[in-house]
Design a protein around this ligand. Structure first.
Ligand code: FUB
Length: 345
C-alpha cells in the first residue's frame, strides 16, 4: 500500500485486521533478517529513526545510525531488545545510512553484515564480528572488497558454504554499477541508469564467502530471475522484477530466492537448483503492506516456516518508521508458497 493512499486509512480498523502485530513498539524496526541459532530466534533489523531528513526517492529519509538485535524464545514469545549492537560511529569506513542488515553464525562466532554509505557517497557492505548473537559487534576496518549496493543476505548451504546475495535499485544504487564501475552521473536521480521497459531487468548479485566469512572468494555474479519461458524478466515487468531485499532459503532441496518488487510493493519468490540460480519466478509471498517499502526474511523454527516482514502501521503510515512482524507461511504440495495478505478484508 503506497504512501500516497495513507490519508484514507482508518488505522485502528487496519490494526484490527492485521494478521500480526509489531514485535516491539518502543523503537521502530524494519528489514528483519531472522535466524534460528542454538534453539532461539534472533532478528537482525534496521533501527528506524526520524533524523529530520526530507522524503526523497533516493531514500535519504532512511538515516539510520545503529543496529539492535531482537531475540525471542519462540515465535509467540516476548521479543527482547538487546540494546545497541553496532553504531555507525564505530565503523571506520562508513559515514551514514545503516540500512538492512543480515547475520551469520560460524564456528561459535557471529557475523553482522550491513550496508552503509561510505564517505564518498557510495554504498558498500561491511561485516562486524562478535562472540554473541546479540553483539556488541566489532566492525572490520574496511568494507568487504568488491561489495557495493545494499541489502546483504547471507545463506549457509548444507555443505557449509556461505553465499551473500545483495543489491537494491534507486537509492540502493544497483543501477549505477551496470558497467562494473560506479557511474556518478545524475546523482540526484533515482532512475537514471535504469534499463528501458523492454530491456532485461537489473539483477541482484551473489558471491561465495571465504572460509572466515569476512570476504568474497570471487567477483560477485548476477543472479538470473527467469519467467515461465526461461527468459530474463524485463525491466517493465514491475510486479515481478527484482528491486531490493534479497533472501535465500532452501526448502525440500530447492533454493528459493525471494525479494521485494519495490515500487510495486510485493514480496515475490523464484525457485532454482543451485545457490547461484538461475531462479524461475514462482509467485507472491506477501501482498503490499502499509508504507512504501516491503522487506522480509524466511526462517524455519521447529518445523514451521515463518515470514518476518515489516509495515508502517504503528507510525500510521510514515514510510521510514516501520515495525517488524511475523506470520507463518505455508507451502503447497508443488512447492509453491501461499500468498499472505497482511490485513484481513
Ligand atoms: O531500510 C532501508 C531500505 O528500505 C532497505 O535497505 C530496503 O530494503 C528498504 O526496506
Amino acid at each position: 500500500m503506497p504512501e500516497d493512499s495513507i490519508e484514507h486509512i482508518d488505522f485502528s480498523d487496519l490494526n484490527e485486521r492485521a494478521i500480526s502485530q509489531p514485535l516491539v513498539s518502543h523503537i521502530f524496526t524494519a528489514d528483519p533478517s531472522a535466524h534460528y541459532f542454538n534453539g532461539k530466534i534472533y532478528i537482525y533489523p534496521s533501527h528506524d529513526v526520524d533524523a529530520g531528513e526530507a522524503f526523497d526517492d533516493l531514500g535519504s529519509h532512511f538515516a539510520m545510525e545503529d543496529y539492535h538485535v531482537i531475540s525471542m524464545d519462540s515465535v509467540t514469545g516476548n521479543a527482547v531488545d538487546n540494546g545497541v549492537a553496532l553504531h555507525v560511529k564505530d565503523v571506520a569506513w562508513a559515514e551514514k545510512q545503516m540500512w538492512a542488515p543480515d547475520a551469520a553464525h560460524k564456528d561459535g562466532r557471529y557475523y553482522l553484515y550491513f550496508p552503509a554509505k561510505a564517505y564518498d557517497g557510495i554504498f558498500r557492505i561491511g561485516v562486524a564480528v562478535s562472540d554473541s548473537p546479540t553483539g556488541p559487534f566489532i566492525a572490520q576496518p574496511e568494507a568487504i572488497k568488491d561489495s557495493f549496493s545494499i541489502d546483504p543476505a547471507v545463506f549457509e548451504d548444507e555443505d557449509g558454504s556461505y553465499y551473500m546475495y545483495f543489491g537494491g535499485l534507486w537509492g540502493g544504487q544497483l543501477q549505477r554499477w551496470r558497467t562494473g564501475v560506479f557511474n556518478a552521473a545524475h546523482p540526484e536521480s533515482p532512475t537514471a541508469h535504469i534499463p528501458e521497459d523492454n530491456e532485461a531487468a537489473l539483477l541482484p548479485f551473489v558471491a561465495k564467502m571465504t572460509d572466515d566469512v569476512l570476504e568474497f572468494t570471487e567477483k560477485p555474479k548476477e543472479v538470473q530471475i527467469l519467467d515461465e519461458n526461461g527468459d530474463l524478466l524485463l525491466a517493465g515487468d514491475k510486479e515481478r522484477r527484482f528491486f531490493e531485499a534479497a533472501w535465500l532459503h532452501k526448502y525440500n532441496g530447492k533454493y528459493y530466492f525471494s525479494y521485494s518488487t519495490g515500487d510495486t510493493h510485493f514480496i515475490c519468490y523464484a525457485i532454482g537448483d543451485s545457490p547461484y540460480g538461475p531462479f524461475t519466478y514462482g509467485g507472491r509471498i506477501l501482498n503490499p503492506v502499509v508504507g512504501w517499502t516491503s522487506h522480509h526474511s524466511i526462517c524455519e523454527v521447529e518445523g514451521k516456516w515463518y515470514l518476518f516482514y515489516h509495515d508502517s502501521s504503528l507510525s500510521k503510515g510514515v514510510t521510514h518508521l516501520r515495525s517488524v512482524k511475523v506470520a507463518e507461511i505455508t507451502y503447497n504440495e508443488d512447492g509453491s508458497i501461499e500468498t499472505l495478505d497482511p490485513y484481513r478484508s
